[in-house]
Design a protein around this ligand. Sequence first.
Ligand SMILES: Nc1ncnc2c1ncn2[C@@H]1O[C@H](COP(=O)(O)OP(=O)(O)OP(=O)(O)O)[C@@H](O)[C@H]1O
Ligand SMILES: [Zn+2]
Length: 906
Amino acid sequence: MTTSLKQALKTHFGFDSFKSKLQEDVVKAVVRGDRDVFVCMPTGAGKSLCYQLPAVLAEGITLVISPLIALIRDQVDHLRDHNIPACSINSKLPAVERRLILADLGSSSPKLKLLYITPEMVASPSFQPCLTDLCSRSLLSHLAVDEAHCVSQWGHDFRPDYLKLGELRARLPGVPCLALTATAPKNVQEDIIQSLKLRLPLSFITPVFRNNLHYDVIFRELLPNPYVHLHAFIKKALMLDSGSNGQGCGIVYCRTREGCETVAYQLTKLGILSKAYHAGLKAGDRTEVQNEWMQGRVLVIVATISFGMGVDKANVRFVAHWNLAKSLTSYYQESGRAGRDGLPSSCRTYYSAKDKAQINFFICQDVNRRQRKRGSAKESDKAAITDFEAMVSFCEREGCRHATISKFFGDKTPNCAGACDFCSNPKVVQAQLARAAALRTNTLAAPSNTPKGPFGFQADLYEGGKKGYGFERYDEGGEGNEDDGTKRKKEFSDLFKKQMKLRKVKHDNYCVSCCVDADCPLREASSQKIPKLTVKAREHCLQLLQESLYGHYDSLSLAVDIEHEVFKNSKSSNLYKAAVLKKVTANFYVCLQQQRASYLKRKRIGAGQRGSSNPFITAKDLLKSSMLDTESNKEKESGRFFNDSSGDMKAKRERLKETNMDTSSAASSSIKARAKAVSASLDNPTKGGKAMSKKQQKLAEAAKSSRNISQYFTKKQTTEKIQEDADMPEELDATFSHTPSEIAQENISREQHSPASVEAVESSQDVIQAESKTAVIVIPDDNKEKKTAEILNTSEQDTTSITEALHPVNVPPKPVMLKEAADIVVRYLDPFYKQGKFATKELFKSFARYLSHLLAEGRSRGKSQVKAEAKALIKKFFSSVQRCESEADWKHLKRPHSRKTTEKNK
Ligand SMILES: Nc1ncnc2c1ncn2[C@@H]1O[C@H](COP(=O)(O)OP(=O)(O)OP(=O)(O)O)[C@@H](O)[C@H]1O
Ligand SMILES: [Zn+2]
């Protein structure tokens, strides 16, 4: 038998041997046909062949049940490529084809070997006559149920129509049944056997452990810049630094469509071409993205869970979950798409407390909804909750990740041998957990008297809801359903905010204990050369450096080089930080000079101005105080300013004034007096004798908005704003440092929004010399608190003058948002598309998307400016590109100012 099977394997499928002994054993059992068979083998193990080869060899037809039409299509195409007669009857089949198939099935000896149908079709009345006819003529050789876990209510992909397969089974006496799944814990296995009425099945179950997969968990909220972190991980997983191509590809899973778009954009911006895939895209675009990824033209696909089922790609070198999976079963299945070729691959989860709370909310909502509908609780309702809890505990508990998965699936503890972060370096995991715990202590403390739901979860905590988990099944159901989605987001946001009010959250305890992450991009990351300098602080500095190189082609590598140079040459933590800041401000200054140069071209600075003709503070000036103070009283000052960050504004102003007195020697006395008035007015606008004029008030407002420069350095993270605007409770947002490039942009947009800005700009020459203030850059270090690393001697004038230089107009333009930018871009780009200047529509769209993001970045420019920039960019693009053939064509296209900065930096 073995020889003839091997021959058939070669003849029909072109394989020289079975993929494994298990595959061979299953095929033999199915070919014998005397028993039902249950197969639980990991994804990529070659389960399909277990029924396809027997189907070819058997007389008659094998009926295959598969949950998705897309999956069926792939399988049928694959079989037809091997000249194996296979087809599918489904709702989308054109009538002509359907008639042809039914004609073949009705003939005395059908040519068809495999007939694929969905469980819905099995139940459909139109299919019943055909089924009865085949059965009565004994033309059905096997019944194969793929993705059999869908039959179980304990399973993560339960589909009610799968339950009807039990009835089908009863109608096909004597037809052996084969049930296959990749992921089934013990209770799901039992459910499958029972629901499909398998009779004493032969079970082939492989342990879930796959030693080529390396699992790790990273707590996203502890990262200064999660995108940079993800980027570093991908670079390593795909060996992009080694300079060799063809090292495979990867998947990043996100929970929301917006998340996919944002992550894809960020990764592309950091230099790794990535594309989003979700149900919000048109079917054609989805296929195009999938094809590009399959063919290796796009390295990273950033997808919702709608992507992956049935995707047969061997060299997936990593699967990263940007959001927590909804269950450990799903996670095992999704992460298992890595390393199907057996080569080492990485599976990473970016854990976040926000995700945990949100998913918990959606699950509870769904359970409540089901219970309300049914009028009673059911034991199986618990499945979603316990499976999610298993996922959470996979991330939050100390211990081998593989062992956790194996235990969950009822297997013995495997020999991990360093194939997870805990086994390879438990200290790193423990340190991370400790940091997360410290963060959490100050965040969530659920009210202890909150009543528990039927299974222990706090149903009332988030109240009930109308819809499911927040995961449409495979992200299918959401098309054209945005309103509902938005409503739910809002619903969640409101509830969450309400609940969070009960739980006073504070993020002032940013623990910075030292630990080196596997993907840490720093050179000599574990070196203890500089006492008290933590890896966290170094990573933070790296991020500042990278941001200061905004627009540079490979800003990360360059930043890594600079940081390392500074690290090598610094003797103390403070000197290191001061040196980094010097570099940062120098880079930043270059950027400002570029902006100023372009402004000066348009507006000549007139003679007779008061104050300096150079409204820019130099890097030297910026650093002057920090360099002087570095070793002496900085610690004292920095602690003080740090403590201010969320505290009493008045006290802060007093201290700012003190510092100012020491440092603003350049300010003229009259301006000082004016500054004093402004300062006093901040404490009490009506105090201090005369009521302020309207103009003075506005001036004061402007000063107020620019005075607390520290907020630009310690600001809530905004990178994922698009994704989380509506649904992220503020209280859970970790505090991250702000970047220099953002500072300028923030200043601009603040000024644009401020009603005072018109006059502030008009009076800028006065304000320029008005007050000197202290800016604070917060750098996490090892004292378990944010501390100021440097106190820079800068002044309000700087922010004002920067603003003015960047926006030399009297009427502040309304900042352009992404949608508006996209409208502008599409309008200008459309004629080029119509002239056939884009090889494909997808390219046109991608380019439009790229440009829109580019133009909307920072939200700092008015519509007319964005229009002009859009025109200029498009013109520039087509001046060097005849016809756009690939994404590489616009790789180097940058906004004008960033390009200049780049050139200057080179
Ligand atoms: N004997 C074999 N020799 C070599 N390759 C094989 C063999 N059998 C199957 N394969 C290949 O292995 C890959 C995975 O097979 P298949 O898609 O059937 O896996 P699976 O277990 O069904 O995975 P999933 O759970 O993701 O559907 C396919 O590319 C298939 O062609
Ligand atoms: Zn392990």
